[in-house]
Write a protein that binds this ligand. Structure first.
Ligand code: PHE
Ligand code: NA
Length: 457
């Protein structure tokens, strides 16, 4: 019908291929591209890290995405049900269901800090609207960010707004409408990133940024950086967290899984690279530290908005769009948990959302305090936020991706997979299967063991 999605017993169904692509793109494009990618690239030395990241997207991320959409669509269920059903169909061990569990927990844990960072973008929206970036100096921009972090009450207020908004939308099953809005917001976000890239070319340090991002210097690449790049490939594509698998369960048979996955992969990567091109020229022009960490965009972008013509307008629009992009990602992260609660525990959407929101908010306190009163309470040198980030992106996601690859390529029946993927029966399918059987698992295992110090390559 004219609706983007219809609700069938608490379950959504995309009415068209385009809606699904928009929803999946809305899930993929978020803080991962614009906030996380630039700062981890800065922390890990630039070019070589970017190259490894691109390779991970291509040989691991996109093939795994195809597998997840396929498992979701064929089973028509939330991730635990999906894995259980597919294992049964293949006559395999029912324990494969655990992969679904891990994904749901992973998405949940990520969201506990994602809401806090989304809160930063909301706070910066207000700052921009009120003209706080106007001719701001690098020192003042640093102080502004530091001031926000030092104030737990303020951080908590913003993350509360994010949690409540997200859970409200999820409880009403309103994603469909929201995903339609993405139709307009995505192009606007891209246009704004392009404006920033345009401004960046005027700083006189654009070439330096290109060089930093695209000239690989492998001596700067640590074994842990390779794991971070691998983990980020999963994070940025919303894999191993239930999000894509759940959205996949709403996809119709006529959608080409392969084409869609490739499109989303390319699009998501393009946004990340553009964000890098917008931010690093400013970093170099003002002598900032590329490895400054999670505050990188929150210090560099205000300087740019404060300098450029119409900076208040562009800055406000930019942070609004970024908040919306973060919101659509947040929704996709929590949909697996809510759909599990409604389908398996027979809870109403409203109740499930309220419960989930409460737990999320509480867990989010750990991240809020990581930047102030708990900043010196570390475990293995990591704050609560660092620990959750490491646990999810660098451990759970690669492990989940590995298991999905093994399941799709070795456990599921070849003819079933062939029929689902839409790659045809020829070379393309054989290539996918070869990659997923051998390249993806071996790469993940090697990167893992190497970074954790079990082997040394
Ligand atoms: N892909 C999202 C981003 O890049 C984050 C995300 C992770 C969304 C896991 C859903 C699930 O911001
Ligand atoms: Na992303």
């Amino acid at each position: 019908a004219g609706n983007a999605a219809v609700s069938t017993g608490g379950r959504l169904q995309w009415s068209s291929r385009l809606t699904f692509i928009l929803a999946a793109a809305g899930s993929a494009v978020g803080l991962g591209n614009i906030w996380k990618f630039p700062y981890i690239t800065g922390e890990n030395g630039g070019g070589a890290f970017v190259l490894v990241y691109l390779a991970c997207i291509l040989v691991i991320g996109i093939p795994v995405m195809m597998a997840e959409i396929m498992i979701g669509r064929r089973s028509q269920q939330n991730p635990t049900g999906a894995m259980a059903t597919m294992a049964k169909e293949a006559g395999a061990n029912p324990l494969w269901k655990g992969v679904g569990w891990m994904a749901i927990i992973c998405g949940f844990l990520i969201l506990s800090f994602y809401t806090v960072i989304s809160g930063w973008t909301l706070s910066y929206t207000v700052s921009s609207v009120t003209g706080a970036f106007d001719t701001i100096t690098p020192d003042a921009a640093g102080a502004m960010f530091g001031g926000m972090l030092a104030d737990p009450a303020q951080l908590l207020m913003w993350s509360t707004v994010v949690v409540v908004t997200t859970m409200y939308i999820v409880s009403r099953g309103l994603h469909a409408g929201l995903e339609k809005a993405i139709n307009y917001m995505m192009p606007l976000l891209i246009a704004l990133v392009l404006v920033m890239v345009g401004y960046a070319t005027s700083t006189g340090h654009f070439a330096e940024a290109i060089n930093f991002l695209f000239t690989p210097d492998f001596s700067k690449l640590s074994t842990e950086a390779v794991l971070v790049a691998l983990g980020h490939a999963f994070f940025t594509l919303s894999l191993a967290s239930g999000a894509i698998m759940t959205y996949g369960s709403y996809v119709s048979k006529s959608t080409s899984i392969a084409k869609t996955s490739i499109m989303i992969g390319i699009f998501d990567t393009a946004v990340a690279l553009l964000a890098g091109l917008a931010i690093f020229p400013i970093v170099f022009a003002y002598g900032l530290e590329p490895g400054a960490g999670p505050g990188l965009i929150f210090v560099t972008l205000p300087i740019a908005f404060g300098q450029m013509p119409y900076g208040t307008l562009f800055g406000s629009l930019f942070f609004v769009m970024l908040s919306m992009a973060a919101l659509t990602s947040a929704i996709s992260m929590i949909e697996p948990t809510v759909s599990w609660l409604t389908e398996k525990r027979k809870m109403s959407r409203g109740k499930a959302s309220a419960l989930v929101g409460l737990v999320l908010w509480t867990l989010g306190l750990g991240t809020v305090f990581s930047f102030n009163i708990w900043q010196d309470n570390t475990l293995f040198g990591k704050t609560f936020f660092d620990a959750i980030d490491f646990l999810t992106a660098n451990l759970m996601m690669p492990l989940g991706g590995l298991l999905v690859a093994l399941f799709a390529a070795w456990v599921m029946k070849s003819n079933v997979v062939k029929e689902e993927l839409g790659l045809g029966g020829g070379l393309l399918f054989t290539a996918w299967q070869f990659v997923m059987r051998f390249i993806t698992p071996i790469a993940i295992v090697v990167v893992f063991l190497n970074a954790l110090g079990f082997i040394n390559i």
